[in-house]
Ligand binder design. Sequence first.
Ligand SMILES: N[C@@H](CCC(=O)N[C@@H](CS)C(=O)NCC(=O)O)C(=O)O
Length: 252
Amino acid sequence: MSGKPKLIYFNGRGRMEPVRWLLVAAGVEFEEVFLDTREQYVKLIKDGSLMFQQLPLVEIDGMKMVQTRAILSYIAGKYNLYGKDLKERAFIDMYVEGITDLMHMIMMFPFSPPEAKEKNLALIMERATHRYFPVFEKTLKQHGQDFLVGNRVSWADVQLIEAILAVEEKIPAVLLGFAQLQVILSLNIQELCSTKTSRISCERNCEEIIMSPCYTNQDCGVSGELSSSRCLFNMKHNGGRIRLVSCKTLCS
Ligand SMILES: N[C@@H](CCC(=O)N[C@@H](CS)C(=O)NCC(=O)O)C(=O)O
């Protein structure tokens, strides 16, 4: 168990998605194992790989890590995305926990019964625009910096960008009243993709890539849905073999 971190989860975003985002932001290559069958999951339990019989599981630095929050804080600490001191860390934790509460609503949305979908979507909109986004908008406005904590990119920014894109997927106009968030969305995407920092190098306009939930692989003709973290990951690690096209071109 060495080398690249190995991410073991179902083939979906779920609780593994913030882990993918954070590794991408840290410029770390990783491998993924997608579980397709219950037998694979049961085997992991029998092997003793899952401390609480739950996924996600991340094999990293000789550990089999479970519990999303523990995995994320380990990665954030290891790759210098967790503030410079305890106070910065406290703010990052508060922001991340708030964003996680919002993301939990989004993650559970697909499991809503049909009759509750409209109500649950309205609740996501209400919470995003009245409880969570105003906090980040106000913070950015007050300190006038590009990032939430310490004037440099942190775990909180990465998680916020993931959340904004996830809410926008459901409610495209959600950022209309949030001028600062619109700015940092674009700035952070550039930071994530910047060749200057060598974190991610994208061959095409990053905003276009990251906002596109669809992809096509010209080599094998496969097309389908791709989450934004995987867009960035594939662009970096597949040397452009996956050509991303706009969602409209592919899916409409
Ligand atoms: N607190 C855990 C919750 C993990 C969790 O609920 N995982 C789900 C999959 S997303 C699971 O393995 N469920 C099976 C079970 O709880 O028996 C975390 O954040 O990692």
